[in-house]
Design a protein around this ligand. Structure first.
Ligand code: NAD
Ligand code: DAU
Length: 362
């Protein structure tokens, strides 16, 4: 079991949920949380942790070689859960450079630090060491309606600067395992949703726009398909892989929920109609606006999760209906969090940049 766990990107959406889960699950582990606090990271995501005394936050960049090396040394890091990334596909289309820097060079910097600490300086025993890399289903490309789900052996075919940068980082992690013997695991996961998600992503964006009577932008025909997974299920899967997964192995993670985007938006509108009867914007479906499609938009993702189920006994606990209801409730109950995110990030500017010039489709 990890003793000194370096979590990168632990102030972001999934990372902060993971920090919460690990502190609550394992009373021994100490977390060193390295996060640059980009627009997507916030200390508001780390309020009221289960045990603050075992959480050590470090404000810094995974590309900062000296800082990363010193953290391995100073804290005798034996395990890494690497979440830090630029994560939004639309931003990667508008401005790809930071994706290459953080997702590729940042991962390389972490791998080099782990190699130096564990293989050269032998700071911890190799049996105890593990570098877990958190990745995405988008590295596999896009499925047609009749294609089988992505498995761990599906060839890579990334199609956006985001997915290409993640594919590149996955290759680097595997190369460090095969070439140097670095102990690693990888996981490729589908679309997450739930508490603390930055409201540039579909589900929180729809909830917040609907609450404010703003248009609900649906790209293209809204028939694109994602494999939605509640974030706590993703975090429990990562914990299983990090602590019990086989060295050098990759595990696919997904939710088995594949409704088209438009159906997700309809469901969110209906939940809001019910939970917020005083809203002047009911029925919220009337706010739906079809807008120009995302360039190169992947049509369908679907994850085959038989390996993680068979090898580690993991499968999702939350179904889509209950997960979406919990998520809408969370955003309704956390107005202060929404306000701090709005004020502490570039959300307003990004909304202007991404949506102002997307012509409305008939
Ligand atoms: P996010 O954008 O919400 O959070 C990313 C975090 O990384 C932020 O806290 C940010 O401040 C930090 N960060 C960014 N650049 C950094 C740098 N150079 N140094 C240190 N910290 C930095 O992302 P997320 O949705 O929580 O995704 C986390 C990971 O999971 C990513 O690697 C992403 O590719 C992967 N993933 C996400 C999903 C999803 O649906 N969101 C699904 C599968 C995989
Ligand atoms: O599949 C895993 C990936 O899921 C992760 O690797 C990424 O980090 C994460 O951002 C997510 O990528 P998507 O591009 O699928 O997520 P997003 O929430 O941006 O979009 C979900 C779908 O909704 C997608 O088909 C595009 C569509 N969409 C999105 C936005 C923001 C809209 O129709 N309108 C919108 O305004």
């Amino acid at each position: 079991m990890p003793k000194n766990l370096l979590v990168t990107g632990g102030a972001g959406f999934i990372g902060s949920n993971f920090v919460r889960l690990v502190l609550a699950t394992d009373p021994q582990v100490r977390i060193i949380n390295l996060d640059k606090l980009t627009y997507a990271g916030s200390m508001a995501n780390l309020q009221n942790l289960p045990d603050e005394s075992r959480h050590n936050f470090v404000h810094g960049d995974i590309c900062d070689r000296e800082l990363v090396r010193s953290l391995f040394q100073q804290h005798l890091i034996d395990s890494v859960a690497h979440f830090a990334a630029e994560s939004h596909v639309d931003r990667s289309i508008a401005d790809p450079e930071s994706f290459i820097r953080t997702n590729v060079m940042g991962t390389f910097t972490l791998l080099e630090a782990a190699r130096e600490a564990w293989l050269k300086n032998k700071s911890v025993s190799l049996e105890q060491a593990r570098f877990h890399h958190v990745s995405t289903d988008e590295v596999f490309g896009s499925l047609s309606p009749t294609d089988p789900a992505f498995s761990e052996t599906t060839p890579y075919s990334p199609r956006s600067p985001y997915s290409a940068s993640k594919a590149s980082s996955d290759h680097l992690v595997r190369a460090y395992h095969h070439t140097y013997g670095l102990p690693v695991t990888l996981s490729n996961c589908s679309n997450n949703y739930g508490p603390y998600q930055f409201p540039e992503k579909l589900i929180p964006l729809i909830i917040l726009n609907a609450l404010n009577g703003k248009p609900l932008p649906v790209y293209g025909d809204g028939q694109q398909i994602r494999d939605w997974l509640y974030v706590e299920d993703h975090c429990s899967a990562i914990w299983q892989v990090l602590t019990r997964g086989a060295n050098g192995e990759t595990y696919n993670i997904g939710g088995g929920n594949q409704p088209p985007n438009l159906e997700i938006v309809h469901t969110l509108c209906d939940i809001l109609d019910e939970l917020h009867p005083a809203s002047p914007y009911r029925p919220h479906r009337s706010l739906i606006t079809f807008v120009a499609d995302r360039p190169g938009h992947d049509r369908r993702y679907d994850m085959d999760i038989r390996k993680i189920d068979h090898d580690l006994g993991w499968r999702p606990q939350e179904n889509l209906a209950s997960g979406l209801l919990k998520t809408v409730r969370w955003y309704l109950d956390n107005a202060a969090w929404i306000e701090s995110i709005r004020q502490g990030s570039d959300l307003t500017g990004w909304m202007e940049k991404n949506y102002a010039n997307r012509e409305k489709k008939a």
